[in-house]
Design a protein around this ligand. Structure first.
Ligand SMILES: C[C@](O)(CO)[C@H](O)COP(=O)(O)OP(=O)(O)OC[C@H]1O[C@@H](n2ccc(N)nc2=O)[C@H](O)[C@@H]1O
Ligand SMILES: Nc1ncnc2c1ncn2[C@@H]1O[C@H](COP(=O)(O)OP(=O)(O)OP(=O)(O)O)[C@@H](O)[C@H]1O
Length: 283
């Protein structure tokens, strides 16, 4: 029986600006997305007519609400394939964290089924299908570093920004992405990141300028509610991070470090109070 294993990587947002609220409630954004080497492993196996989802993580659903189920449904409907699939999700990416864990799993399943079922779908078409699952899914297909516009689905590949040292810390609070966008007050934002500058720093491989100019307007919603996010940001700076920011809709905070010893010391300090702290690298 054919079996495929796919790596499913997390992302962080190096900057995130919200330009306006659309009629349908979604928001137009401008964000730089960066893949990191924190990953889940997805195993796919042929299964006659049913979809079976298994996972090692208690918070991840195994029914049709799992984004991997949506990925299977989308491809099987679109290409009239009358087959089920067995999907195992080995979770390392924190759940509901702002790291696109579920979106990345869905992207991995789209890629994996394309291979398992020999569909030969181009990356471009796979990304178009991915947008029907969620705003972050097309980026998870593309990977690397990219500017995302529209609702996050219009992607422009940027020059590589790999191998940068990142410390991730996820406090044990849950914030829904929908809640954060809904409660964003667009007229009360006093710092907006300059996306064009951020892109220039990436092109110049200028880590320091990038780190000190990052910004995420969604922090205005989450920090008000959960001051711990600001406390983690400050702690990272105190321990030598060049810059720190909340990723996506949070609550994960990341810090960019130049020095590995500093990152490890900061990890030890944060781990006293926070369960989920990882040192990772950009891809
Ligand atoms: C915060 C980010 O992760 C940054 O990369 C994304 O903007 C969110 O991406 P995502 O979780 O894949 O988002 P989706 O699953 O498509 O949408 C979740 C909810 O977030 C809100 N949403 C999402 C994206 C967007 N551009 N505007 C929005 O207002 C909508 O209320 C939507 O119902
Ligand atoms: N494959 C999956 N992995 C994790 N969570 C999933 C998955 N499929 C559906 N979910 C549901 O989605 C919710 C959000 O989880 P996820 O880890 O994708 O959030 P996130 O990292 O904040 O995503 P994003 O950054 O795209 O907003 C979870 O609470 C869970 O119930």
């Amino acid at each position: 029986m054919a079996e495929i294993k796919i790596e499913s990587f997390a992302k962080i947002n190096l900057c995130l600006d919200v330009l306006k609220r659309r009629e349908d409630g979604y928001h137009e954004i401008k964000t730089v997305m960066q893949q990191i080497d924190l990953k889940d492993i997805i195993t796919l196996k042929d299964n006659e007519d049913k979809v079976i989802i298994e996972t090692n993580h208690p918070q991840v659903p195994t029914d049709s609400t799992n984004l991997v189920y949506k990925a299977w449904k989308l491809l099987s409907n679109r290409y009239n394939i009358d087959k089920g699939v067995y999907i195992k999700i080995d979770k390392n990416i924190p759940v509901a964290a702002g790291l696109a864990g579920g979106s990345s799993n869905a992207a991995a399943v789209l890629k994996g089924l394309n291979e398992l079922w020999s569909l030969n779908i181009s990356q471009k078409e796979l990304m178009e299908l991915a947008a029907q699952i969620g705003a972050d899914v097309p980026f998870c297909i593309m990977g690397g570093t990219a500017l995302a516009e529209g609702i996050g689905e219009k992607l422009t590949k940027l020059s590589s920004f790999s191998d940068k040292l990142i410390l991730l810390a996820k406090p044990s609070i849950s914030v829904s992405t929908a809640y954060v966008y809904k409660n964003l007050e667009l007229n009360k934002i006093d710092f907006r990141p300059n996306t064009n500058d951020i892109i220039r720093y990436i092109e110049e491989n200028n880590l320091e300028s990038l780190a000190t100019n990052m910004g995420n307007v969604l922090e205005t919603v989450t920090i008000k509610e959960y001051p711990i996010i600001k406390e983690i940001k400050d702690k990272m700076i105190q321990y030598g991070a060049l810059g720190s920011l909340m990723s996506g809709s949070g609550p994960t905070v990341f810090g960019i470090f130049k020095n590995e010893d500093d990152a490890i010391k900061c990890k030890a300090e944060l781990s006293k109070h926070i369960d989920t702290v990882h040192v990772v690298k950009t891809l």
